[in-house]
Design a protein around this ligand. Structure first.
Ligand code: AMP
Length: 438
């Protein structure tokens, strides 16, 4: 026999007993986004590599090590190299700029749901293809701490609507772009004499992207960072005022949070507010989602209008769907969804297959979910099939029934059975389905 093939490492098939939970999350998210005035956007799953280099930063892990590049086999392929999208913000900003949305809308409130790709070492909660639900608010009106509050509130309400309890929200501020640059400088100076005994990886990060050291998993590094006494000293008056306004807004909405001075986020484009929502029960990969403000990215990617006296500002977040499902599972809220169907046809004679097929199609046209055996099985096995398919009612076509232009309906829970004329079966069956029994 030929070998069976498996899915690529770091990907997961979503089986039919799991898809209802995915649909539930997607539907719940769409509904809540509507309530908050967000509209859906869909972008290609691959983009030019340069988009990610220019936005996420050349020194970030996502770009440096994890981009999954796509190459065409065609000899005359265009020169541009492509990568599967590792995240949603940069593509959304590209679309925003490309379509001049800043002219069309004062504030563009957009959301997306879809697969993302990162060439990571797979482990629990960390995949190479995973899915995100994300939102972005971009526009000239976008520079308002109330929008940061709205984003965080929306993220928190989404989790509650999904049924996730006990999640933890951490917030921090990186300040303005200048504050952030100053913060990086301060960090470098403070760490200079202390990194000698750290790992090569940490030394590398010190050189390339010093912020990464703040949420390093390396024990020695964590100790060094703890000794630094990081506060809000890097924030300018404007940076501080902005952060105070965000915290005040969160307090007013009654949203619980913790200020974490070590929270920085891995991507280059963040300024001001950054936040992360985690769930302890997930182990090492405990982040359900994260986000932040990225006021400089739109111009960095060629957008905005030089004639305007203010930049296009933006904030967004993204949740990992797989992690949300893991959290729901941890809380015992994910049940295996068994198949279920309203009616299953059982024919006592292969010769009645045509009658069964006609009836199944009549029922389906009336919106009743119905199916039948296509394998020529004996009646007893057809009943087993009905059971496996989770049929509420079995419709029996025996000799008597066919002769009398009727069908017998058996309630699979109570075992009760009645015979109904064919011309009345739709009406009767609908009543039974509504009642849940004969
Ligand atoms: P990030 O853009 O890295 O902040 O990702 C936002 C969210 O996406 C994270 O909090 C995770 O929930 C999810 N996520 C990111 N990377 C992965 C991955 N490799 N596998 C599964 N989920 C991920």
């Amino acid at each position: 026999m030929a070998d069976k093939l498996s899915n690529p490492r770091g990907t997961a098939d979503i089986l039919p007993n799991e898809t209802p939970a995915w649909r539930f999350l997607e539907k719940t998210a769409c509904e809540l986004f509507r309530v908050y005035g967000y509209r859906e956007i869909r972008t290609p799953i691959f983009e030019e590599v340069s988009l990610f280099k220019r936005s996420l930063g050349e020194t970030t892990e996502v770009v440096n090590k994890q981009l999954l590049e796509v190459r065409s086999q065609r000899a005359d392929a265009e020169d541009a190299s492509f990568a599967l999208r590792p995240e949603g913000t940069a593509p959304v900003v590209r679309v925003y700029n490309q379509n001049g949305l800043e002219r069309a809308e004062g504030l563009s409130k957009l959301f997306y749901i879809g697969p993302m790709f990162r060439g990571e070492r797979p482990q629990k909660g960390r995949l190479r293809q995973f899915h995100q639900i994300g939102a972005e608010a971009i526009g000239y009106q976008g520079d308002n701490p109330l929008l940061d509050v709205e984003m965080i509130a929306l993220a928190s309400r989404l989790l509650t609507a999904f049924g996730v309890n006990g999640f933890k929200l951490k917030v921090n501020s990186l300040g303005t772009a200048e504050d952030k640059a100053g913060f990086a400088q301060w960090l470098r100076a403070e760490l200079k004499g202390k990194i000698g005994h750290l790992s090569e990886e940490c030394k590398n990060q010190y050189e390339r992207n010093v912020f990464r050291l703040l949420d390093s998993k390396d024990k020695d590094c964590q100790e060094v960072i703890r000794s630094l006494n990081i506060g809000t000293a890097h924030l300018s008056e404007r940076g501080l005022k902005y952060f105070e306004a965000v915290k005040k807004g969160l307090d007013q909405l009654g949203i619980a949070y913790e200020v974490s001075n070590q929270l920085v986020r891995g991507l280059d484009y963040y300024t001001h507010t950054v936040f992360e929502i985690s769930y302890e029960g997930l182990g090492a990969q405990d982040a359900l989602g994260a986000g932040g403000r990225y006021n400089c990215l739109i111009e960095q990617l060629g957008g905005g209008d030089k004639r305007m006296d203010q930049p296009v500002a933006a904030i967004g977040f993204a949740f990992g769907i797989e992690r949300i499902l893991l959290a729901l599972k941890d809380q015992g809220k994910l049940s295996d969804v068994k198949p279920s169907i309203d009616a299953y046809l059982v024919s006592f004679d292969r010769g009645f297959e045509d009658n069964a097929f006609q009836l199944v199609n009549t029922l389906r046209q009336e919106g009743i979910s119905a199916d039948m055996d296509f394998g020529g099985r004996a009646a007893k096995q057809q009943f087993t099939q009905a059971d496996k398919r989770g049929a509420k009612f079995v419709l029996i076509l025996g000799e008597e029934e066919v002769k009398n232009g009727a069908v017998s309906v058996k309630d699979m829970v109570t075992g009760n059975q009645v015979t109904v004329p064919l011309n009345n079966v739709v009406k009767q069956l609908k009543l039974m389905i509504e009642k849940g029994s004969i």
